[in-house]
Design a binder for this molecule. Sequence first.
Ligand SMILES: [Zn+2]
Length: 135
Amino acid sequence: MKPQPRINSLTQPFWQGANEEKLLVQQCEEVSCQRHIFYPRASCPFCYSPHLRWVESIGEGFIISNTTIHRPHHDGFVEECPYVFAAIQLAEGPCIYGKVINAPIDTSLVNNPVAVKFEFNSSKQKIPVFVLLTK
Ligand SMILES: [Zn+2]
């Protein structure tokens, strides 16, 4: 079995959104800031405002770094190796990490556009993964 997310009151909206196939990120409510934030936080890392709301990301972005996982650090991922794991800059700005499910292994994918999709990580929890879009 794969490791499961540790859901708490701060991260619960994100994981519930994933189960509804929505990629939720936070947005600072401060009028002079309004930056998008991921991972979930209690206050804005840019202006330190505690006033954040959850908004749905358009779920698209581009790869800023990627690698191929040949030997996982957890037995739960052995069967899907090799697979591509990437840092993705979302259109709204924040960086998110995830598996790219249709990507060629051992290939630089930097600057390639991707879109979010959701897969079951367990019988009760979906997680965001990404699909490579054609340029
Ligand atoms: Zn802010």
